[in-house]
Design a protein around this ligand. Structure first.
Ligand SMILES: C[S@@+](CC[C@H](N)C(=O)[O-])C[C@H]1O[C@@H](n2cnc3c(N)ncnc32)[C@H](O)[C@@H]1O
Length: 207
C-alpha cells in the first residue's frame, strides 16, 4: 500500500501513528467548513446534542460554545478519535457539559428520542449505508428534532473524488443522494444550502 493510501485511509477510522497525525489535522483542516456549517444552522436552541463521528472533538467544543445551555455527546468508533476528543474537551467533560462515547452510527447505543439535534461533520462518506444510518439517527432524535450534515464535498468536486479513489471505505454523495436517503429514512423538511464559492454543503432535516 502506498504511503498516501495508508495515511488518508485513517480518515475513515483513525488508528496507529498515522491516525494520530490525521486526527490532529482534522481539528485544523476541517475548521473552516465546520465554522461555516455551524453559522448556517438556524434551528431552535437544542439542549441534548449528539455529535456523530466526532473525530478530534473540535466540533463538540464549538457546539457547546454556540449553544451555551446544551449538553453534547460525542460519538465515534475509533478509540484514537475518542482519546483525542476527550483530551480536547477535558474541561467540558469535568464540568458535566459533555461526554464522549464509543459507538457506531449504524447501531447507536442510545434510547429512542434522546436528542434535540444530531450533527455529522465530514463523516457520512464513511458510514456503512446512508439510509440505514440515517434511520438510526432519526430513531435517537426527539419528535421535531433536527439532523444537520456538513460536508465539504458535493459529490462532484475533484479533491473528494481523488480521496474516494484512494480511500477504500469512502463514498462521496451529491446533495440529491443525501436528500433522497434522508427522505427514505423518514426525515421531512429537508433543506440543502450550498456554499457560494466552495463545494461545501449544509443539509438540515427534521424528524
Ligand atoms: C474525517 S473524520 C471527521 C471528524 C470530525 N467530524 C471533523 O469534522 O473533523 C471522520 C470520523 O468519523 C468517524 N466514523 C466514521 N464512520 C463511523 C461510524 N460508522 N460510526 C462512528 N464513527 C464513525 C471516524 O472514526 C472519524 O473519526
Amino acid at each position: 500500500m502506498g504511503l498516501a493510501k495508508k495515511f488518508f485511509s485513517n480518515a475513515a477510522k483513525p488508528s496507529g501513528f498515522l491516525g494520530k497525525v490525521m486526527i490532529a489535522g482534522m481539528n485544523i483542516f476541517h475548521a473552516k467548513v465546520a465554522h461555516w456549517g455551524m453559522s448556517r444552522m438556524n434551528i431552535p436552541e437544542p439542549l441534548e446534542i449528539a455529535e456523530l463521528g466526532c473525530g478530534g472533538g473540535k466540533n463538540i467544543r464549538d457546539l457547546l460554545m454556540k449553544y451555551p445551555h446544551s449538553h453534547v455527546t460525542g460519538v465515534d468508533y475509533s478509540p484514537l478519535s475518542l482519546e483525542k476528543a476527550r483530551a480536547y474537551n477535558k474541561d467540558m467533560i469535568a464540568s458535566g457539559r459533555c461526554e464522549v462515547v464509543e459507538g457506531d452510527v449504524s447501531a447507536l447505543k442510545f434510547e429512542d428520542g434522546k436528542f434535540d439535534l444530531a450533527t455529522a461533520f465530514e463523516t457520512i462518506y464513511f458510514w456503512p449505508g446512508l439510509v440505514k444510518c440515517f434511520a438510526e439517527v432519526r430513531r435517537v432524535l426527539k419528535a421535531g428534532g433536527y439532523f444537520v450534515i456538513v460536508s465539504e464535498s458535493d459529490g462532484r468536486d475533484k479533491p473528494s473524488l481523488w480521496f474516494e479513489s484512494v480511500i477504500d471505505e469512502m463514498k462521496t454523495y451529491t446533495a440529491d443522494d443525501i436528500e433522497s436517503a434522508l427522505a427514505s429514512a423518514g426525515f421531512s423538511e429537508i433543506h440543502t444550502e450550498h456554499h457560494p464559492s466552495h463545494s461545501w454543503l449544509v443539509i438540515t432535516a427534521k424528524k
